[in-house]
Design a binder for this molecule. Structure first.
Ligand code: DQA
Length: 142
């Protein structure tokens, strides 16, 4: 099973940015956590982060025919990007949307998620464990 884990803008600043919302783990810590989990589960994982919307679209398109599923935290593009929604629909791969913070309890502008319209599941507010839950969902259907 091959899974692509995509992180959008500012998630490379984890550990530094707004720790009350996103905790103290760095992006490097998150990558290590996902890699360790996936090697235990014998999942072939690819990690990708970009601050640029078009690069995220390109990476989703590259997954077509190569990956079995996508875990995505689109960061702020969650709330604005029809292009990312369309890319997920285009490749038609099972996709889980993850947010580290509990977006539903935050500002009004965070209540819209375009990506959610194409996601099989959305996980919010479980910190970085949400990524592991998303991998469980894609590999075990739960
Ligand atoms: C986030 C929530 C978004 O609203 C925000 O713009 C982010 C991170 C989360 O992981 O909680 O960058 O996706």
């Amino acid at each position: 099973m091959k899974i692509l884990v995509i992180n959008g803008p500012n998630l490379n600043m984890l550990g530094v940015r707004e720790p009350d919302h996103y905790g103290r783990e760095t992006y490097g810590d998150l990558c290590e956590k996902i890699n360790t989990y996936c090697s235990q589960k014998k999942v072939d994982v690819t990690l990708y982060q970009s601050n640029h919307e078009g690069d995220l679209v390109d990476e989703i398109q590259k997954a077509y025919g190569k990956m079995d599923g996508i875990v995505i935290n689109p960061g702020a593009y969650t709330h604005t990007s029809i292009a990312i929604l369309d890319a997920i629909k285009a490749v038609n791969l099972p996709t889980v949307e993850v947010h580290i913070s509990k977006v539903e309890e935050r500002e009004d502008f965070r209540q819209i998620s375009y990506v959610r319209l194409a996601a099989k599941k959305t996980i919010t507010g479980h910190g970085t464990d949400g990524y592991l839950e998303a991998i469980d969902y894609l590999t075990e259907g739960k």
